[in-house]
Design a protein. Structure first.
Length: 414
């Protein structure tokens, strides 16, 4: 029975099977057709140290390739870039500078795709000399410290780094440094920062290729000072020349803004400038200080503070002693009475010979008037010394009455 089923009308049954297969193929191709698709795959580079012995580095003209393939629509979503591997080997480098691209299909997907192609099929390799250059690490701060505080120093460890790469890339680097956020800080700070590259205009370089540093993480410490206004004081030493006296001292400006560690600046209220020597001075003395050169260790000028301090010491001449007529008063002579130690008045009989002898020994130019430092006798018999005003009495005719002493002197001269 079964045998008859397969043998009877065999040609008809075979034709039916063939027609069914054709119909199935048609149905599959219509409902699930095969299409062309592609994926971008990162290019791997093998034997990267192939040129180290020649002190050269390399650059590929691309970092990825495109893999194209055929796949049925119902399997398209199951294919991804990770199902392919594309790579080159620098050991294939030739004088033309081109190396072939190889590929592999991964994860068993080779059974559902076919007609695989790589574009491009070769990669251009460019060789360049390797340069190693030393750079000092600079720093830049962002933000502002707490009000009344400022950043005075940033120290890094290490202080310099060596940058290695191809000459064209190293040539783009003008400086390297670190950036530190100091927003709101009021005390010293430590931390770790990443190395940053800058061009000649101070712009960050973020697209350097094949550049390496012997240190990427940089330790840093920030020193913060507190600012405070401090009064300035000045003093003098010595004595001016005879006939001169010290008058006053003027400091300009009389206060400055200084900065130091909080524990140091908090204890400061005034700063004493160096003493000024006015010994034997006859003129005012002017001194200019550079405050930055005389501040104690650990204390600095605040930002934008002018370091120049001017000190003026005024020296003035003592006024001359003058008589009632504005003429310089002569020093007392031995024969004249000393106002500080007056000689007792003598009777007229004893005074006349003394005055007569004095008039014969001295010239007529030494006649006594109210401006001389000698003592005069009023009509009441009281002596009038230097600094006292002799009373004057006018008679009815308007003439000034002479004292007995003046009468005696006129008699002696006559």
């Amino acid at each position: 029975m079964i045998r008859r089923f397969f043998t009877e009308n065999f040609s008809l049954k075979a034709l039916s099977l063939f027609l069914a297969f054709i119909i199935w193929v048609l149905v599959v191709n219509v409902s699930k057709p095969e299409i062309s698709d592609s994926r971008t795959v990162t290019l791997e580079v093998l034997n990267q140290n192939a040129f180290d012995s020649d002190a050269k580095t390399w650059v590929a003209d691309r970092t990825s390739v495109t893999v194209s393939y055929n796949v049925r629509t119902d399997m398209r979503s199951s294919i991804s870039s990770s199902d392919f591997r594309a790579y080159i080997s620098l050991s294939d480098y030739s004088i033309t500078g081109s190396v072939p691209v190889y590929y592999e299909v991964l994860n068993g997907k080779e059974s559902i795709i076919d007609n695989i192609q790589i574009r491009p099929s070769v990669v251009k390799i460019t060789l360049e000399n390797i340069q190693k250059k030393k750079f000092d690490i600079k720093y830049a701060t962002t933000g502002d410290p707490k009000s009344g505080y400022r950043v005075v120093n940033v120290a890094s460890s290490p202080e310099s780094v060596y940058i290695t790469g191809k000459e064209s890339e190293i040539g783009r680097i003008s400086a390297v440094g670190i950036e530190i956020d100091v927003t709101g800080i009021s005390s010293n700070q430590e931390g770790i920062a990443q190395l940053v590259y800058y061009d000649a205009n101070g712009n960050k370089l973020t697209n350097l290729q094949g550049v390496t540093s012997n240190e990427d993480n940089i330790d840093y410490s920030v020193t913060v000072h507190k600012e405070k206004n401090i009064n300035l004081l000045s003093s003098v030493t010595g004595t001016p020349a005879a006939g001169y006296q010290y008058e006053s001292t003027t400091v300009s400006p009389d206060s400055v803004a200084l900065s130091s560690l909080p524990g140091v600046i908090d204890s400061m209220t005034v700063f004493q400038l160096p003493e000024i020597n006015i010994n034997e001075a006859r003129d005012s003395v002017s001194v200019t200080y550079d405050l930055s050169q005389i501040l104690p260790a650990g204390v600095e000028l605040a930002k934008d503070q002018d370091p120049q301090i001017n000190v003026l010491v005024r020296i003035e001449k003592l006024p001359d002693i003058k008589d009632n007529h504005g003429n310089p008063a002569p020093a007392p002579s031995p024969g004249q009475a000393n106002p500080d130690n007056p000689t007792p008045s003598l009777p007229e009989s004893e005074t006349l010979p003394h005055q007569t002898e004095a008039s014969s020994e001295h010239s007529e130019s030494e006649s006594v008037d109210s401006s001389e430092p000698s003592s005069n006798v009023t009509e009441s018999g009281r002596e009038v010394h230097d600094g006292e005003t002799k009373p004057e009495e006018n008679d009815s005719s308007g003439e000034t009455e002479q004292s007995p002493v003046e009468t005696v002197e006129e008699t002696s001269h006559n």
